[in-house]
Design a protein around this ligand. Structure first.
Ligand code: SF4
Length: 469
């Protein structure tokens, strides 16, 4: 990723999305569609493994789902069962050898694992496994899980998986395929989402409900934290592989990562984002003529802010959806055009107005500065910047790609310093309490370590613990 692309999309990046389907005549094609719906969760590689009951078939590649698969490659993925994965590299770096699902043959048969999350003891386990003779092909923590499964002395795949799951720490939502079973697993803290649905008589697993909607599958329920669901010819069975612990669902799924048409952690993402905007309006009002979102991520929060404040909502920025990879290597002189490829101001909404701009989060501040300059050059009289989450001050070790603390603008500067750097008339963030109230549900607590530095899921690997200090 070049600096320019970073500049033009200054957001934290989700690690992965996972999908699985059992007993459907078009399993690979529906997995392809499911991955399409989850594309926002990972754009660097994609992969599908299918099973016809005897053999596993794989296709993986670097790039977007539509680039990785052709009708011919999907047609070669035989059988009624499949799992799929989209990936943005965090742990383990990018490259095809780290693309998922990770597949292997072991004493008990064949296995494919697709993982969303990040293990916090992968380095420690890997060192132990290598000392005991394991040979790793890539650098992902998912491969650690596969090795633990292969080395287990349990006789069933469920037993082998449970052996492995009891040794790993951190965030993981998994879809696992063997020749004749589809298995879904969530870590005991429930950090990353995983949902269960039905397409006719077939069972479906997916990171978000938007993948179910696309294939006309019915949402059944979340896979619960600490639950292992096994789907085979005799139906679905469920077991808890570890006792209950406090839920630590990633609050950033609601703030930014998940699609607004999804339901995650049992709540509509759109309604939570709107509630975040309403809270923000109550906490940080501004005298203004119009509320505009930074599209698309600020849309729902801006609607909530406008509703609660009574300031009219306007479409002050238009997003181009046709920006692919940058086609020229920009020189310093034209680098600033980058953000204009993605966002264009609507002068009619902005000129002469006092504008409240809503975005979901602030990472480096690079894009925000350009947006504010763009609004001013379109005639905005005042620009009041409002962020529907607290300042990000700490890295994430649970499956999200975060810049180092030195690059996080809020880790380095006060709110007033950031306001001056961005060039807006006022700047305010939603409070931690406001965010947690807006996202609250009956099912338990949230992780918000990137806002607070409170890492409530143990960081076992010494290098992670050192980075957290
Ligand atoms: S640290 Fe932030 S991004 Fe990471 S899991 Fe926690 S809330 Fe989510």
């Amino acid at each position: 990723m070049t600096q320019t692309q970073d500049d033009d999309d200054d957001h934290l990046r989700d690690h992965c999305g996972v999908f699985g389907i059992f007993d459907h005549p078009e399993a690979a094609a529906l997995t392809y569609l499911g991955l399409h719906a989850l594309q926002h969760r990972g754009q660097e590689s994609a992969g599908i493994t299918s099973s016809d009951g005897r053999e596993l078939y794989h296709h993986r590649g670097e790039g977007l789902v539509a680039d990785v698969f052709t009708p011919a490659s999907v047609a070669r993925l035989l059988g009624p069962h499949a799992v799929g994965h989209v990936r943005y590299s965090t742990a383990g770096g990018s490259g095809l050898r780290n693309a998922q699902p990770i597949t292997a043959r072991y004493g008990g048969g064949q296995i494919a694992v697709a993982h969303n999350g990040n293990l916090t003891n992968a380095g420690t386990l890997r060192t132990r496994l290598e000392a005991e003779g394991s040979i790793f092909q890539g650098t992902t923590d998912t491969e650690v899980i596969v090795h633990l499964v292969a080395r287990s002395r349990a006789t069933s795949i469920e037993g082998r998986l449970i052996d492995a799951l009891r040794q790993i720490e951190g965030a993981f939502s998994l879809t696992v395929l063997t020749e004749d079973k589809l298995i879904g697993v969530r870590d005991p803290h429930g950090v990353r989402p995983l949902v269960l649905g039905r397409a006719g008589a077939s069972w479906v697993l997916a990171s978000e409900t938007c993948a179910l909607h696309l294939i006309d599958a019915r949402y059944e329920r979340e896979v619960l934290p600490g639950e292992l669901v096994v789907i085979d010819a005799s139906g679905l069975s469920s077991r808890r592989y570890l006792p209950d612990v406090d839920r630590r669902a990633c609050v950033f799924e609601h703030v930014y990562f998940a699609r607004p048409d999804s339901e995650v952690f049992g709540r509509s993402v759109y309604s939570v984002r709107r509630a975040l905007g309403r809270k923000l309006a109550a906490e940080s009002p501004a005298e203004a003529d119009v509320v505009i979102p930074v599209p698309d991520s600020g849309l729902a929060a801006a609607i909530g802010y406008a509703e609660a404040s009574g300031v009219p909502y306007g479409m002050g920025l238009v997003r181009s959806h046709y920006v692919g990879r940058t086609f020229i290597e920009p020189t310093q002189n034209i680098r600033h055009f980058g953000v204009k490829l993605k966002l264009a101001p609507v002068a009619e909404v902005i000129a002469g107005q006092r504008v409240i701009v809503i975005d979901d989060s602030l990472v480096r501040g690079t894009t925000s500065r350009k947006i504010i300059a763009m609004l001013r050059s379109s005639g905005a009289r005042e620009v009041h910047f409002r962020i529907s989450s607290p300042p990000i001050t700490n890295p994430c070790f649970y499956g999200i790609d975060t810049p180092s603390r030195s690059e996080l603008i809020a880790a380095q500067h006060s709110v007033e310093e950031i306001r001056a750097m961005l060039g807006c008339d006022s700047l305010a963030f939603l409070s931690e309490a406001g965010m947690l109230e807006a996202a609250a549900d009956a099912r338990g607590g949230f992780c918000d370590a990137c806002f607070t530095g409170r890492y409530q899921i143990p960081l076992i690997d010494p290098e992670l613990a050192a980075l957290a200090r």
